[in-house]
Design a protein around this ligand. Structure first.
Ligand SMILES: [Zn+2]
Ligand SMILES: [Zn+2]
Length: 363
């Protein structure tokens, strides 16, 4: 099969023939139908998330199960699935406590570019060299992932390549809004960032009955947020914090979700929250990067600052799929750009430049 390989940081991806070993215990082999291109992939390409190359990126996809490994229940050859970027081991302390998005075993292997057993199933055909993966290795025709990372799609959601976005953007949005933000119907939610994750947060927050204010800098993406039912604030036009306060009778938002990951936007998120409000941090910064915290505001305002990493693939991803089935979430609004695997570098550039919200690769 063919896969897009990152040879070294900050270089173009190359398409190469790759051999795939069969799935081991608890794993499934997949034929990838569509895969999303996400900012977290860009961090890997740049080495800011230091997974050692050579590796195959790509961590959200729609795929068909082509082989089921030993000890896997509930999945069969031919099933259509969405794959999440989170792989719960199901046995560690956090998995047992119901926080499988924070799986201890997964966090051990995440930056090593290997599966839960510490090895990879991919080898370059020309050299036999093992290939690492970034949370799936889904910019490829085939992949092997833990069965705990996939959720079945109902047949009526077949032929919907944009559903690849459910595995990262929408799963992250669900975790931020429902699990970490505890957003209630009628709450005002400010969302900073109008990329794939930001717009998915707008959709999930609207779906649970919140009033949503989207804060961004790209007029086209803000227009899309407005079509999704958000009020919008263009941060280029002035003081975004003052604008959000004005729209909320001076109080600020009950919940602010920060989906950019910059010093400035983290600061704005704290300043936009109402007294007693919650700030949910979703945007990632490069490893080791920090943002200052306005402690007096957090303390006196009784503000909760909550980190939110994905959501539970076996509990929440089926709910996200159900929300799409019932028309509550519409990932198709964000999927406008489709690429063949050979065009992977164009797809990456389209995301990097801000031209595309969520490029979709069709291997
Ligand atoms: Zn992602
Ligand atoms: Zn675990």
């Amino acid at each position: 099969m063919e896969a897009a390989i990152l040879e070294k940081y900050n270089s173009e991806l190359v398409i190469e023939e790759v051999d795939v070993e069969p799935p081991k215990s608890g794993e499934v082999a997949l034929r990838v139908k569509a895969a999303g291109v996400c900012h977290s992939d860009l961090y890997v390409l740049e080495g800011a998330t230091p997974v050692p190359p050579p590796l195959v990126p790509g961590h959200e996809a729609v795929a068909e199960v082509i082989e089921v490994g030993p000890d896997v229940q509930g999945l069969s050859r031919g099933d259509l699935v969405v794959t999440s970027f989170i792989w719960p081991c199901g046995r560690c302390r956090n998995c047992a406590r119901g926080h499988e998005n924070l799986c201890e075993r997964f966090s051990e292997v995440r930056l090593k570019g290997v599966l839960l057993d510490g090895t990879t199933r991919l080898r370059r055909r020309k050299s036999g060299e093992p290939l690492r993966i970034f949370l799936g290795g889904l910019w490829a025709q085939e992949a092997v992932v833990p069965a705990s990372a996939v959720a079945k799609l109902p047949p009526r959601l077949a032929n919907r390549p944009e559903l690849a976005m459910l595995g990262c953007a929408f799963l992250t949005a669900y975790g931020a809004v429902v699990n970490s933000g505890s957003v209630q119907p009628g709450d005002t939610v400010a969302v900073i960032g109008t990329g794939g994750v930001g717009l998915a947060i707008v959709q999930v927050a609207r779906a649970v009955g919140a009033r949503v204010i989207a804060v961004g800098r790209n007029p086209e993406k803000l227009k899309l947020a407005a079509e999704m039912g958000a009020e919008v604030v263009n941060a280029r036009d002035g003081d975004a914090v003052a604008e959000v306060r004005k729209l909320t009778d001076g109080r600020g938002a009950d919940v602010v979700v920060e989906a950019v990951g910059s010093e400035q936007t983290v600061e704005q998120a704290i300043d936009m929250a109402s007294t007693g409000g919650r700030v949910v941090l979703v945007g990632l910064m490069g490893l080791g990067k920090k943002a200052p915290l306005h402690v007096a505001r957090v303390v006196r305002g009784g503000i909760s600052v909550i980190g939110s990493y994905g959501a539970r693939p076996r509990v929440d991803l089926p709910k996200v799929i159900g929300m799409v089935e019932r028309g509550l979430l519409r990932p198709e609004l964000m999927a406008r750009d489709f690429y063949k695997l050979e065009q992977i570098n164009e797809a990456v550039e389209a995301l990097r430049s801000g031209r595309s919200i969520r490029p979709i690769v069709l291997p």
